[in-house]
Design a protein around this ligand. Structure first.
Ligand SMILES: NC(=O)c1ccc[n+]([C@@H]2O[C@H](COP(=O)([O-])OP(=O)(O)OC[C@H]3O[C@@H](n4cnc5c(N)ncnc54)[C@H](OP(=O)(O)O)[C@@H]3O)[C@@H](O)[C@H]2O)c1
Length: 330
């Protein structure tokens, strides 16, 4: 732990799905003191029934100037808004933990394509996939927390790519609960549209593919689906192993990567399921190898609102400020 006794914290977007998750966990963080909970649409302060007896102070209208007076700010806002206010907050010395996609892509052209409101030049941004970037988090002023789909895919695949175990042609078949799209219903996410159905969307046109490819340094085929559950992500990953690689090499690479990571659970041949991880910060990774053909199948699960959003942001906060990584997350 460092010299701070309590870190003053602001949460912007406190009325959204990710923001509510941040509120519930940060109120019981022993080293954080929530100074501001803010949201947008109301011009007046309001109280949220979901936060009664958890946070009884009002949620205020968004005010970036007041957020700048805190040690750390969590932005759980639409991308364009995060793009607008995060750089100024970071420049004034507030540590920014941004849950949006505005600062995740390092390539300027890709950023312009997928997040057109983001600044063309990025200064001192760390990509906050905690398990893979711990050392960068302590110095960064602005931490871009990863997307929910990329969190699961990159945690599973990056150790295997780094160990040169995979042939090109990785396929990520991903399913998400409806809360991945935020609290405002659309024609696709409306209850009567998605209940009792499963649909693929964003095929060859989803911005998380660019993020996954950035982190893996190789092209992937990424196909997301909406499934009629409220939360959770399940990814089935198909990859060919290089001729010299086998199941033991896969296990060794993953074990080496995550032996000191409290929130990554390697389940081996016992493939995980969403019910094992909902409301937790765990990422469960299981795999099987067909020895006849060197075909690897992985199954990866997270809760999109916890490890895929608020939980990972708090994990990054803990590492950035020198607290135990699991604080307020168990
Ligand atoms: N949902 C997920 O699984 C997930 C996972 C990873 C990352 N993320 C990212 O996290 C961010 C929040 O996602 P979410 O799912 O929590 O969204 P959400 O449920 O739609 O909530 C959005 C929040 O932003 C506020 N907001 C919207 N427009 C605003 C404006 N013009 N000015 C100020 N505040 C405004 C809303 O406040 P009001 O209530 O006042 O409108 C609400 O608090 C997004 O960037 C999203 O991409 C989400």
């Amino acid at each position: 732990m460092n010299s701070y006794s309590r870190i003053s914290v602001g949460i912007a977007g406190a009325t959204g799905y990710a923001g509510l998750e941040l509120m519930r966990r940060l109120v019981r963080h022993p080293h954080a003191e929530i100074r501001h909970a803010m949201a947008s649409s109301a011009s007046e302060s309001r109280r949220l029934p979901a936060l009664a007896r958890i946070w009884d102070a009002p949620v205020e209208p968004l005010d970036a100037e007041r957020l700048a007076g805190t040690d750390a700010v969590f932005l759980a806002l639409p991308d364009a808004l995060a793009a607008e206010i995060a750089p100024a907050l970071a420049a004034r010395g507030t540590r920014v933990f941004d849950l949006s996609g505005a600062f995740r892509l390092r390539d300027r052209a890709l950023r312009q394509r997928w997040y057109p409101h983001s600044p063309s030049d990025l200064v001192s941004v760390a990509y906050g996939l905690t398990e893979r970037r711990r050392l960068e988090l302590t110095a960064a002023k602005l931490i871009a927390c990863p997307g929910c789909y990329p969190t699961a895919a990159v945690l599973a695949l990056q150790p295997l790519v780094e160990a040169s175990l995979l042939e090109p042609g990785v396929i990520i078949d991903a399913k998400s609960g409806i809360s991945g799209a935020g609290k405002t219903p659309t024609e696709r996410t409306h209850f009567s549209e998605c209940h009792g159905s499963v649909a693929a969307y964003g095929v060859f046109a989803h911005r998380h593919a660019a993020e996954i490819e950035q982190e893996l340094g190789m092209p992937v085929t990424f196909v997301p689906h909406l499934v009629p559950i409220d939360r959770g992500i399940f990814e089935t990953i198909y990859a060919r192993l290089r001729p010299e690689a086998d199941g033991a090499a896969v296990e060794a690479a993953l074990t080496r990567a995550y032996s000191s990571s409290p929130f990554v659970r390697l389940t081996g041949a016992d493939l995980p399921e969403i019910k094992h991880v909902v409301h937790t910060n765990f990422c469960d990774i299981g795999w099987r190898v067909d020895h006849r053909g060197g075909q690897l199948v992985m199954a990866v699960c997270i809760d999109n609102l916890v490890k895929g959003a608020a939980g990972q942001a708090i994990q990054n906060f803990n590492v950035a400020f020198g607290f135990d990584e699991t604080t307020a997350l168990n």
